[in-house]
Design a protein around this ligand. Structure first.
Ligand code: SAM
Length: 269
């Protein structure tokens, strides 16, 4: 894929904070975050998120989210006692994180930074997560290398990417590409909003390759709503039929891995 300009990525997300158009409350108000959290937990329950993130395991440890949005995920780590940092490419997201943490009476440090150049020393964090972010970044491989650098040896990576071998990609977006003037590529870019310059979907094999510097990779697939399967008529599909398919054809591909305790050269010696 042709590289997109980071300035275009920043400008899209600055004008389109995640889900902001669906929230009928002033940006940054307490009600805004409560509404966002409710929307989020309808598709990503706290129970499921706790399994993926293992929040409790990072109490007293240092955690970073790359592309922290309005701070939803980081606030869950902070509630379990982690010392958290968040970076995001937009000033709006950084402000939202500060406002969220103030409303929730939590401590956290937030700053504007690009995933491709993390403003932290090597081996700083016990856990780095990046949920639904790296597929939007101009140079995704470079951002993964940065995450590896700032993780401590043995530290945990947790990421979420769009899943290519999914029903939304192969059915919904393909049908929409046939019936609209947009290509499937454009529709994936715009999954989180019209005008988004980049949003790339990955297969498990592609993600395994991208995360090749991490040990013990584990992947799981989730998130399949009726409207994501078929445009327009999807809402008539009984929900119970979708549940067994979610783990195979869902649109969110999660991966976890660890940075090796010792560098490869040291192990070989
Ligand atoms: C889909 S939102 C996800 C927000 C958050 N991770 C969550 O799970 O709620 C994507 C976020 O990534 C941020 N982002 C995009 N490109 C970035 C980059 N190069 N560096 C840092 N953040 C970036 C956007 O500003 C946006 O807040």
């Amino acid at each position: 894929m042709e590289k997109v300009a980071t300035s275009d990525v920043r400008s899209f997300w600055d004008q389109n904070p995640l889900c902001a158009t669906q929230i009928p409350h002033p940006l940054g108000s307490k009600e805004y975050f409560e509404y966002f959290d409710d929307l989020r937990e309808r598709i990503d329950s706290l129970v499921e998120a706790s399994v993926i993130h293992e929040f409790a395991a990072f109490g007293g440890k240092r955690g970073l989210e790359v592309g922290c949005g309005n701070g939803y995920v980081l606030s869950r780590y902070a509630q379990h006692g982690a010392e958290v940092d968040g970076v995001d490419i937009t000033p709006t997201a950084v402000d939202l994180c500060r406002q969220r943490f103030t409303h929730m009476n939590l401590a956290g440090a937030f700053r504007e930074a690009d995933a491709e150049q993390l403003p932290f020393a090597d081996a700083t964090f016990d856990c780095v997560c990046s949920m639904g972010v790296l597929h939007h970044v101009s140079d995704t491989a470079r951002a993964v290398a940065e995450i590896h650098r700032v993780l401590k040896p043995g530290g945990r990576l947790i990421v979420m990417f769009y899943h290519r071998n999914s029903a939304p990609y192969h059915v919904n977006l393909r049908l929409r590409a046939w019936t609209t003037s947009k290509t499937q590529r454009q529709l994936v870019n715009e999954f989180d909003g019209v005008g988004n310059p980049k949003g790339e979907a990955y297969t498990r094999a592609e993600l395994t390759q991208l995360l090749g510097s991490f040990e013990n990779p584990e992947m799981r697939v989730r998130f399949l709503e009726r409207h994501m399967l078929l445009p327009k008529v999807g809402k008539f599909i009984p929900r119970f039929l979708l549940r067994p398919l979610e783990g195979i054809w869902g649109f969110n591909l999660y991966a976890k891995g660890r940075k090796a305790e010792r560098a490869a050269e040291a192990r070989a010696a």
